[in-house]
Design a protein around this ligand. Structure first.
Ligand SMILES: Cc1ncc(COP(=O)(O)O)c(C=O)c1O
Length: 410
């Protein structure tokens, strides 16, 4: 079994106080565990002399530097311009605001395109915004057999009326990574904007927003070892064209124009610390962007190796069926098990193995897969997952599955 050269998972795990509790976490797609450095950065920011952003007192300068530092960190993680990095409460809140802002220029002749593969946070904000102005919503389907979403199927929904295409960088339910550069090229040929939900993808791959072709890219630091907030990245030039609702005294500068109220400085400091942890996972040379690209490549290789081990193990369990089948995907497996996902979730939890069951807000995808609103068991890997976790998962599943299995999903 090949280990990923230079990827020291034991050393990484030692940085996570939560892992001392002895649980095996396969619940990362819902939110990752947090390294000590991130918690320390949050605490240090809360306890330092701090004031609203400014350049006069040390307290004002501190919060200013926290914000600028977090924009720089996210820009390095995403290959984006720090002046186009917006912070918000969550990806959902940022998307609702973005859709509402964009929709002020839409009318009944306009169309928006959403996909059935997406988390509802990249569907409903667009559907609601379109409904409000009488615009048409067009749906892109995915293939439930392969869980692939094809660029041609997106292209089939485009016209000169299309204003926005909202598509996921990776499915949080089945892990599918649609061919975003090809999708974005078709969207741009149609003269529309491509908004990419990168929440699931950013935890598992090196991101280059420009190479993806995303006009807007959103993600959530709590999925990649950071605290609970949301991030939107776009070019400053694009952000300058938008007029979000704002208070009279608040600045009209970009990106602050999009950040309602006072930012959570402590969470921003934690976000910078999380990015620095990811940068420490690759070779110790080059600037932070270079280390992040190498670090995330190492994470991807490590997680893919463990995913293959899990798939091999699941194939030996009678009645278990893996629904995640796309050629290019994250290490997130949706699995139908005899006795049902909820039963397996509970049985595993009794053994200290955490793999939840559900549809995880990817409601359209769950329904399209024939799983209704209940979904199935989701097994998600994270940078801190290790071989022992995988052994515990496979042993736990073998123990909790009914001896005489009924049909999957029954
Ligand atoms: C793919 C995907 N998109 C969007 C979201 C919503 O993110 P947030 O909780 O930051 O609103 C999630 C959360 O699970 C997700 O997995």
């Amino acid at each position: 079994m090949t280990r990923v050269t230079g990827y020291d998972v034991a050393a990484l795990r030692a940085r996570f106080p939560a892992l001392d509790r002895g649980y095996a976490h396969f619940d990362g797609p819902g939110g990752s565990q947090v390294p000590r450095e991130v918690a320390q950065a949050v605490a240090d920011t809360l306890t330092a002399p701090i004031a609203n952003r400014g350049r006069t007192t040390p307290a004002e300068r501190f919060s200013d530097e926290v914000v600028l530092g977090a924009r720089a960190a996210m820009a390095d993680l995403l290959g984006a311009d720090p002046r186009g990095v917006v912070f918000g409460r969550s990806m959902t809140a940022l998307t609702v605001d973005l859709a509402r802002t964009l929709a002020t220029s839409w009318g009944p002749d306009d169309e928006v395109v959403v996909t059935r593969l997406d988390h509802d946070a990249n569907i409903r904000p667009w559907v609601l915004a379109a409904q409000r102005v009488g615009a048409t919503v067009r749906w892109v389907d995915f293939d439930p057999e392969t869980t692939e979403l094809h660029a041609d199927d997106v292209a089939a929904q485009l016209s000169d009326r299309t204003r926005v295409v909202a598509v996921t960088g990776a499915s949080n339910l089945v892990g599918t990574r649609p061919p975003i550069p090809a999708v974005a090229a078709r969207v741009h040929d149609a003269g529309a904007l491509c908004v990419v939900d990168g929440v699931h993808l950013t935890a598992h791959a090196a991101i280059d927003v420009a190479a993806l072709g995303a006009d807007v890219f959103l993600c959530s630091p709590y999925k990649f070892l950071g605290p609970h907030c949301g991030v939107l990245a776009a070019t400053p030039a694009f952000l300058e064209t938008l007029r979000p609702d704002k208070l009279l005294p608040s600045t009209d500068a970009v990106p602050e124009r999009f950040e309602l109220g006072t930012l959570p400085y402590e969470l921003l400091a934690g976000t910078t610390a999380a990015v620095d942890v990811l940068a420490s996972l690759g070779p110790d040379d080059g600037d932070r962007r270079a280390r992040l690209v190498a670090g995330m490549a190492a994470v991807e290789a490590h997680e893919d190796r463990l995913r293959t081990r899990i798939e091999t193990g699941l194939a030996c369990l009678p009645g278990v069926s893996v629904l995640s089948r796309a050629a290019h995907r994250t290490p997130t497996l949706l699995v139908q098990v005899p006795g049902g996902g909820r039963r397996a979730h509970e049985g595993l939890a009794e053994r200290g193995v955490f793999a939840p069951a559900g549809s995880f807000y990817a409601l359209e995808a769950s329904r399209r897969l024939g799983l209704g609103d209940d979904g199935a068991l989701r097994i998600g890997l994270a940078p801190y997952s290790d071989d022992e976790d995988v052994d515990r998962l496979l042993d736990g599943l073998a123990a909790v599955l009914p001896a005489d299995p009924p049909a999957p999903g029954a």
